[in-house]
Design a protein around this ligand. Structure first.
Ligand SMILES: [Fe+2]
Ligand SMILES: [Fe+2]
Length: 394
């Protein structure tokens, strides 16, 4: 229920009316970033919101925006009033002077009617909150520009009040978004395609004759990001027999012709790795015992803990693809561990350095075998289902 309290949220005072400035003020009355748009956007989002706490926030701010509409309306009205009587001003804006009698109406500063198209309402709370943060930022900058275009003290004060409230709202929406504790780049429920999601397409030409600047920054460089020359550029590069950087990853989860078979293959790879890690958990204590140097013992000990953790993570990955975690005998790892056992036996006849170096060599072979196993499991064009990013976590 709405209840009208017959006083303004902020008392408006205009010392010198300025009809042209009043016209600019209409941008915040019936414009795209204006108070009506804000009031309607948040209130309608609030009606759709099923989260009672955030619904309260949306309705509170939506209602406050209606109060702002009242302030801007009163302010604009005071500035526009001379249009009703002054022929010169009336000629400058017949819409307000003749049709509107010097009053405000739901138009922007150019006389374009207000439209519901201004509203950003998706029914997805976190997406809506992001829209609201952006809306408040836009409203803030519009108020700032208006402040810079008036010399009237009362008007400046009122606009300063309104501008400040936009920042307050921006903060509230930001904190509400953060309180949802959703990962920053997780929108909706369907995960993006792995690899492709971390590719930056360099769709501009580069240095020298090709262009002035090819900028690098956190948005296109870093551990997880891969720079990809755009498809058109790749074709050009191929034509001149040059490689154009990494290839575009255009695999999609639906391109697999037989997704079930490919998923089985992923499970096989994971089962092989699970068994391999299990064998390693048993073998590492023997290597710890055989190591002579204290630092090598410690390295094996910490690796034993990591290996146990890998077993847990693999089991978790099985859960993500909806399959019971079960290893299948990994002959490759069994062979490597047999070799390791031989190294331990031989080492009994060797001096400390030779024995330890042989142990390190055996351990490295094991690690490289695992690197190839995980690399394959991670890279395959696996179908993604039930929100799983297969093996990115293992
Ligand atoms: Fe506002
Ligand atoms: Fe606001």
């Amino acid at each position: 229920m709405y209840h009208h309290v017959k006083k303004l949220m902020y008392t408006v005072r205009v010392d010198t009316p300025d009809p042209r400035f009043g016209n600019m003020l209409l941008e915040q009355f019936g414009g795209a970033n204006g108070e009506l748009a804000a009031a309607m956007q948040y209130s309608v989002q609030g009606l759709n919101c099923e989260d009672p706490e955030r619904k309260d926030l949306l309705m509170d701010i939506g209602t406050e925006e209606l109060s702002h509409l009242e302030i801007v309306g009163a302010l604009a009205r005071l500035h526009l009033k001379p249009l009703k009587f002054d022929r010169e001003y009336a000629e400058a804006d017949p819409l307000i002077a003749i049709a509107g009698g010097g009053g405000v109406n739901l138009f922007n500063s150019q006389g374009n009617p207000w439209t519901a198209d201004y509203l950003k309402i998706t029914g997805e709370l976190d997406v809506d909150l992001r829209s609201n943060i952006a809306a408040e930022a836009r409203a803030k900058i519009v108020y700032e520009r208006l402040i810079n275009f008036t010399t009237d003290a009362g008007t400046k004060d009122a606009l300063q009040f309104l501008m400040t409230r936009e920042i307050t709202h921006m903060k509230a929406f930001t904190l509400a978004l953060e309180s949802l504790s959703k990962p920053r780049f997780m929108i909706g429920k369907i995960p993006p395609t792995p690899v492709l999601v971390d590719q930056y397409f360099n769709t501009s030409t580069g240095h020298g004759e090709d262009g002035a600047i090819d900028a690098r920054g956190p948005w296109n460089e870093g551990e997880d990001l891969e720079m990809v020359e755009a498809p058109a550029f790749q074709e050009l590069a191929a034509a001149s027999d040059e490689t154009g950087g990494a290839a575009v990853d255009d695999r999609t989860t639906s391109s697999a012709s037989e997704p079930e078979m490919i998923e089985e293959l992923l499970v096989e790879q994971m089962a092989d790795l699970l068994h391999a890690e299990g064998q390693l958990v048993k073998a590492l204590p023997k290597m710890i015992k055989a190591a002579r140097a204290e630092s090598l013992k410690e390295a094996f000990e910490s690796h034993l803990e990591e290996t146990k953790l890998q077993v847990e993570r693999l089991q978790e990955a099985f859960g993500l693809v909806g399959v019971t975690a079960k290893g299948t005998p990994c002959k490759g790892m069994a062979g490597l561990i047999d070799e390791g056992q031989e190294v331990i036996e031989d080492g009994k006849e060797q001096d400390d350095v030779a024995a330890d170096l042989a142990l390190i060599a055996a351990a490295q072979k094991v690690e490289h075998y695992e690197i190839s196993g995980y690399g394959t499991a991670r890279t395959g064009p696996w179908p993604v289902r039930r929100g799983c990013l297969p093996c990115r976590s293992c």
